[in-house]
Design a protein around this ligand. Sequence first.
Ligand SMILES: Cc1cc2nc3c(=O)[nH]c(=O)nc-3n(C[C@H](O)[C@H](O)[C@H](O)COP(=O)(O)OP(=O)(O)OC[C@H]3O[C@@H](n4cnc5c(N)ncnc54)[C@H](O)[C@@H]3O)c2cc1C
Length: 439
Amino acid sequence: MTTVLPKYVAVIGAGAAGLVAAHELRREGHEVVVFERGNKVGGTWVYNPTTESDPLGIDPARTVVHSSLYASLRTNLPREAMGFREYPFVAKNGAHRDPRRFPGHGEVLEYLNDYTTEFGLGELVRFGAEVRRVGLEGGKWKVRSTACGEPLDEVYDAVVVCNGHHTEPRIAEIPGNILIYALRHGQDFKSTATITVFLSHFEIKDIAGVAKEVHIASRSVTDGTMGKLPGHDNMWLHSMIESAHGDGTVVFRDGSAICADVILHCTGYKYHFAFLDVNDSVTVDDNRVGPLYKQVFPPLLAPLLSFVGLPWKVVPFPLCELQSKWIAGVLSGRVSLPSSDEMMADVEAFYRTLDASGIPKHYTHNIGDSQFEYNDWLATECGCPPSEEWRKQMYSETSKNRKVRPETYRDEWDDELLVAQAHEDFANCSSEGNGNLSQ
Ligand SMILES: Cc1cc2nc3c(=O)[nH]c(=O)nc-3n(C[C@H](O)[C@H](O)[C@H](O)COP(=O)(O)OP(=O)(O)OC[C@H]3O[C@@H](n4cnc5c(N)ncnc54)[C@H](O)[C@@H]3O)c2cc1C
């Protein structure tokens, strides 16, 4: 094998993906700079209690606030399955710690802070540094960032994009006037408000507890499920919205109508890479980022440009960990990639499989059903063990429990045996020197 020199790598974002990418890259011998436009590590898990003064987002003078979290948010995955493979998310004692199996968002941020401290990642992060442009010049990446309004141009060998995909809202296109509301507390809604929610959401009950009426319009509502939601006095399911009007009238496709004070879009987010200047080597088309070999490398720019954390409906932390190991190994020459043509052929074959199964383009990165197969493929490439059996089973048991006990799955479960197996595994991990378990 030819020796490849360590690379000078720019990582964009210091959320879970950027942190694990930085750790794995440095571990492999690369020199790393992490650009983070915020002033903390943790990305999504950095909670901001404020909302914009203008919920319609029209006033150009408004202070823009972004946070995808709301106050009462708890994880939807159990901590054992959710954590990084090499740094288990175990409960810790301490004034600000939340030992629950499905902890509140603050505990996830604490965990990511612990991870940062444990591996000394803070020294790699440049806070307040927003990447504005990434372009290829003479075989090297020119990265333009701004800090305190001052532009800075630097040259890197490789760029790893970890900018997350829960920032750019995907707004449902409804003819008529649209109201958008950012939610932090259910109590943000007055008890008189009638709310139309564009898509069902697990935590809608927070709002239903204080709003007068909640009307849920969703693609998945069928004739058989329309009407009042069983067990709730003030929640109704509707077909999709046909139009919305300035006086608050919302007309559904079945012809029924209500009058709403607020329309809340629970329609998710879009992939967005405003800083990427790579002609058409990577594009976003109907929320498909591509072409990407195995969700990570654009064949024409591999291995010097890569993406971590694009897949959704997955357990993100361990998946990002494996993607990062793969990227780090490929950049150092320890792991090889197929040729560009072979990678492109693989991507095209993947798209044909999606087409043949009737899976729309915007589901390209929904790899939920095959996530563990995907993780195991990455693990084999990197020469590390496949996903733990308990983790796979725990994921599937949690999904089942969420369906059976939608209101209480975070506090009642039947997979204690898997929890015990996880902890047995963590103890082995600890004997191999994992500082997270020695406290
Ligand atoms: C409401 C909600 C609940 C969730 N619940 C769970 C859960 O229970 N369990 C779970 O495992 N996952 C959950 N997730 C998924 C969560 O997104 C992932 O766990 C993970 O945090 C994603 O990390 P990331 O690093 O990919 O992205 P992010 O956390 O979004 O981090 C991206 C970082 O990049 C920075 N950045 C972006 N653009 C630039 C730029 N141009 N220059 C510099 N910096 C930039 C951002 O400031 C940010 O810090 C949830 C997500 C949401 C939105």
